[in-house]
Ligand binder design. Structure first.
Ligand code: FAD
Length: 443
């Protein structure tokens, strides 16, 4: 374990050297403090706001977020499995406000990138010098016949944190023993590539311990998935008679194409149907709606310059987190925070007219497989060129192996819990204490 300061952690997560961060000169703007508007108070948006404020306390930073409390999707599977409380994964913005950031409980309804203005559902129009757009994901509601925001109240996706997470757990608790849970998993790209399989493990653990006659059937639009070898090992070792995983293959396409919320029937493209006592439908995704309405998207997601996450569609606008196209860098909270470090450094350098250096990024995604048993995947990410286009590619990737020792898995599990605590302090708490950070790459 290495004792390091929060500031050092921020630098590490951003993939920049500590010295580089501490040596950043303060912005000196002739026309008063620069106005930074941040849309979205998830890991991406909150981390950018916090980084900028600690780099220069005089910056005028406004964070727009409709929710008063943010429930993290990360660790929400552990809540389903019974390893966390709902309260422990839900956080307010009081700590962010205490850092001197203006937090508006509101929704951005429009962006005028020419006039540099953001309109809000309730509050007055805001002007900005730099805009950061971090709205996370929305769902492609027309992708699965019969699935809609109304149907999601019966067949929760729980792929955005909050009431949906709570609903899925309530439905698990109410499941009759012997009932069938059906999960639908979409094609790439989507938020948190290993998330559905961690969820399958956690639901299976819940069933094993609370509803031993119940079963879980998972339908997957994909042929392969993240950390597949360790998940398969876990399904065999812990949940053999509970979980049935159906991956799409040359013969059968297990994409879920239709659901009936009234009867619970779930239908795959291959023509298989199951009547679920509880269906967890994770639909295909796209960037949060404000991104498309502001013409920041190309297809479903937002193109960015990989060296600093500036939008390729609008000047003085950054897009980061799940909404951005980050190529080989997965859509994760860890990625979003890493991108936030680069974005905030770039904004500061740009405002001061200093040289802007390409960022380095890092990600690690942990997944809990069973009690005291977690696996991880990750790597560093660097801007590169592929087929003549700017691209973020992985360097020095790492991944847990199926035959890792129980002791190593226990350590990875602890490391994951340390990460959760650290990122939450970093995002939502007051910036006072020192944090102790394990070396996430080499347990
Ligand atoms: P979000 O967290 O979605 O935040 C975006 C915010 O923007 C939201 O709070 C939303 O209310 C707000 N917003 C949207 N539109 C507007 C608007 N118009 N105006 C104002 N605000 C707006 N990641 C990990 O790193 N590790 C994990 O272990 C992990 N586990 C996961 C498990 C599950 C089950 C899931 C679903 C995800 C998991 N993730 C994990 C992924 C992680 O949750 C996301 O990648 C991360 O939340 C993305 O951060 P973001 O800031 O881009 O988006």
């Amino acid at each position: 374990m290495t004792g390091i300061t929060r500031r050092e952690f921020n630098a590490l997560a951003a993939g920049v050297g500590v010295a580089a961060l501490t040596e950043l000169p303060r912005p000196a703007l002739a026309a008063g403090p620069a106005k930074i508007v941040v849309i979205g108070g998830g890991p991406g948006g909150a981390a950018v706001a916090n980084r900028l404020k600690s780099a220069d306390a005089t910056l005028d930073i406004t964070l727009i977020e409709p929710k008063v409390k943010y429930t993290t999707c990360f660790y929400s599977n552990l809540y389903l499995g019974g390893f966390r409380t709902f309260k422990s994964i839900t956080h307010d913005y009081e700590g962010v406000k205490k850092r001197g950031i203006t937090v508006l409980t509101d929704t951005a309804t429009g962006i005028d990138t020419t006039a540099k203005k953001v309109t809000l559902a309730k509050g007055p129009t805001l002007t900005y010098d730099r805009l950061v757009v971090a709205p996370g994901i929305d769902f492609k509601w027309d992708a699965i016949e019969g699935y809609s925001p109304e149907a999601a109240k019966i067949m929760p996706h729980a792929w955005q944190g909050g009431p949906q997470t709570w609903l899925l757990k309530e439905k698990l608790l109410a499941l009759p023993d012997g009932g069938l849970v059906v999960m639908a998993v979409p094609q790439n790209p989507y938020r948190c590539p290993p998330g559905p399989y961690e969820r399958a493990c956690m639901i299976a653990h819940f069933l094993k311990t609370k509803k031993p006659k119940a079963r879980l059937v998972l339908f997957d639009a994909k042929k392969t998935y993240s950390k597949q070898a360790v998940f398969e090992e876990a399904f065999n070792e812990y949940y053999k008679d509970i979980v049935e995983i159906n991956l799409t293959n040359e013969i059968d396409d297990f994409s879920v194409i239709k659901v009936d919320a009234k009867t619970g029937v779930v239908t795959t493209k291959a023509g298989r149907t199951e009547r679920a006592a509880l269906a967890n439908i994770i639909p295909p995704q796209k960037a949060g709606a404000i991104a498309a309405s502001a013409s920041l998207t190309e297809g479903d997601w937002c193109p960015v310059n990989p060296e600093n996450f500036t939008s390729t569609k609008a000047k003085d606008v950054y897009v980061l987190g799940d909404a951005a196209i980050a190529n080989e860098m997965p859509k994760s909270a860890y990625s979003a925070v890493s991108q936030a470090g680069v974005v905030s450094n770039d904004i500061i350098a740009d405002l001061q007219g200093k040289p802007r250096t390409a960022g380095r990024f890092r990600n690690t995604c942990w997944s809990m497989l069973a009690p005291d048993n977690s696996a991880k995947i990750g790597g560093d990410y660097v801007p590169a060129t592929k087929d003549g286009r700017a691209y973020l590619e992985i360097k020095d990737g790492f991944i847990s192996k199926p035959d890792d020792s129980a002791e190593l898995r226990r350590q990875v599990n602890e490391e994951s819990a340390d990460w959760y605590q650290t990122i939450i302090e970093d995002l939502f708490d007051e910036p006072s204490q020192q944090v102790t950070l394990p070396n996430f790459r080499n347990p």
